[in-house]
Design a protein around this ligand. Structure first.
Ligand code: F6P
Length: 555
């Protein structure tokens, strides 16, 4: 699948969609009134997820045109190429096989003459055995104490997935065993995360695909120094051996760093960083929730993979949501996309999705190097409801920009609390869900001027109280936030991202856009620490900023 990318704008379907967009006047009130079958027709099941797209802009004509676009750009061919292990990440000449990380042990997938499923399960078993040892207390620190805190050191995909899932699956964590996550090279991150920890009962997992990331290696060294400082009476080599493990594709570099190769868990270049939560990068999570729950998470991923791989495009949820996102962004001008979990445990999910979607689809050239002729990528953002309602929903409801939003909720809360007030008892989760339902309703159907007037509103402020409605949403619901459901949710967004990238003809699996800043940081470093030649080589603004810094720095 390395042939030239189809320019989506050159397809007949794109022209058709352009024409549709020109005269497009969504009217969700009328669409619902005129079509009693709309909700049923546009509600889908994908594994355990119930996805209602009836409040989106999907209609028969649009669906038809979007599916024609998928056909013309060869979406299914590219999808099948990914699952088969073809090198669809052309700029890095790599297969893209995060889906192989969650294949059952008895599956086989030969890539370049190697059964990758056997490799995956061999590492998984080692991770599981390690996690069991830590969880049971059999793995002790150098002084013989059991491990009480696991600190994952990693950034980007080596941090965001594990943190997000650790938070989301909090009810499944083992008591007495805490995970912390150090990612930022801001020294405050390491300092605050290490505060209060006892080196004797702390274990570090250095997670880095490349084992060359400045932030992670610096933080790993800081943590090593902190550990050895706190364990002065112990043998240093033994201390590192008992308190440091690593996860990486670069096992030679792990050893060079001083970590025992027996304590290293590998993965493969065909796993992108932002697609690596379900590889050994999830080791901290396995320690927290245990192998059984992690296996359920993987099974959830796999269930969504199967849905994406085998379901007809017209009822394929990630395909439909991905195509809709193309419609919103490439045809209706939406620049951002809100993800609004009505589940506090998913509070890091939008941050996780930012890397997944934006590092994947923020590209200006197609996979064959030709410039794109359409916009690509959207800004993904969000916060859990109801906090977002009291902060930024105003702009979604009444602002001038189109902001499609995904609402996510579960039927069964992790904590079922009841509030008794004035003799009445209310299920607080129901109050919460009432907001979920109310918000999607308000966004879809709005409130007309006549409805505002009917409430006795003074005429002068009627316009300010009108809600135009016709603000599209997708509602994603599940029975509960189990490990499996979390895996399904993540895989859903992986495949939405894939669908969009395939339509735009871009390589969603490289990330060259992060490199220039890294290079320049290396060059700027000496200028900050006093090298006048390096300072002189900077542009005028950077020179002035560094000079300001030098004057201000007192400690
Ligand atoms: O700089 C971006 C990036 O390469 C991400 O793609 C990746 O997830 C992150 O850095 C961390 O990389 P590594 O796991 O190699 O330390």
């Amino acid at each position: 699948m390395t042939e030239g990318a189809v320019d989506p704008a050159s397809t007949a379907a794109w022209s058709r969609l352009t024409t549709l967009a020109e005269g497009f006047e969504p009217d969700l009130r009328a669409w619902f009134a005129d079509d009693p079958g709309r909700v049923e027709r546009l509600s889908f099941t994908a594994a355990d997820l119930h996805v209602d797209l009836s409040k989106s802009f999907l209609g028969e004509e649009l669906l038809d045109a979007l599916l024609a676009l998928a056909e013309e750009v060869g979406l299914t061919r590219r999808r099948d190429a990914m699952f088969a292990g073809e090198h669809i990440n052309v700029t890095e000449d790599r297969a893209v096989l995060h889906t192989a990380l969650r294949l059952p042990a008895d599956a086989t997938l030969e890539v370049d003459g190697q059964n990758v499923v056997a490799d995956v399960h061999e590492v998984l078993e080692r991770v599981y055995a390690f996690a069991d040892q830590v969880r049971s207390g059999a793995w002790t620190g150098v002084t013989g104490e059991r491990i009480r805190t696991v600190v994952n050191i990693g950034i980007g995909g080596s941090d965001l997935g594990p943190v997000m899932a650790y938070e989301a699956l909090a009810p499944y964590r083992q008591d007495g065993l805490e995970c912390r996550f150090i990612s930022n090279i801001d020294p405050t991150d390491a300092a605050t995360k290490l505060a209060g920890l006892d080196p004797a009962s702390t274990l570090f997992i250095v997670s880095s695909k490349t084992f060359g990331t400045l932030e992670t290696l610096t933080n790993a060294r800081l943590c090593k120094a902190w550990l050895l400082d706190g364990l002065t009476g112990s043998d240093q080599t033994e201390a590192v051996k008992r308190h440091f493990v690593a996860v990486s594709t670069a096992l030679d570099k792990v050893e060079a760093f001083g970590i025992d190769p027996d304590n290293a868990f590998g993965f493969w270049d065909w796993v992108g960083g932002r697609y690596s939560l379900d590889s050994a990068i999830g080791t901290s999570l396995v320690v927290a929730i245990g192998p059984q729950r992690f296996a359920e998470l993987l099974a959830g991923f796999h269930a969504m993979d199967e849905h994406f791989r085998t379901t007809d495009l017209a009822t394929n949820v990630p395909v439909l949501m991905g195509l809709l996102n193309v419609w919103y962004s490439s045809f209706l001008g939406a620049q951002s996309h809100a993800v609004l979990p009505y589940a506090q445990l998913l509070h890091r999910f939008p941050a996780y999705l930012q890397q997944l979607t934006m590092e994947s689809n923020g590209k200006g050239v197609r996979w064959d190097g030709t410039p794109v002729t359409t916009d690509t990528g959207e800004v993904f953002w969000g916060e859990p409801g109801t906090n977002g309602q009291h902060a930024f929903y105003q702009l979604i409801h009444q602002g001038t920009r189109l902001i499609p939003a995904d609402f996510i909720a579960v039927a069964n809360p992790a904590h079922a609390l009841r509030d008794t007030h004035d003799g009445e008892t209310v299920d607080v989760h129901e109050l919460f869900l009432a907001n979920f339902f109310a918000q999607t309703r308000a966004l879809a159907f709005g409130k007309t001027a006549d409805e505002v007037r009917a409430e006795g509103t003074a005429e002068a402020i009627v316009p300010a109280r009108v809600f135009t409605g016709n603000r599209p949403t997708a509602s994603v619901m599940a029975p509960e936030l189990s490990p499996s459901v979390l895996g399904q949710l993540v895989a859903l967004y992986e495949h939405i991202t894939f669908t969009q990238g395939a339509v735009w003809g871009i390589d969603s699996f490289d990330q060259w856009g992060v490199e220039l800043g890294k290079q320049l940081a290396q060059q700027v470093g000496p200028a900050i620490s006093g090298d006048d030649d390096a300072l002189a080589a900077q542009d005028a603004s950077t020179r002035a900023l560094i000079s300001y810094y030098r004057k201000q720095r007192v400690r």
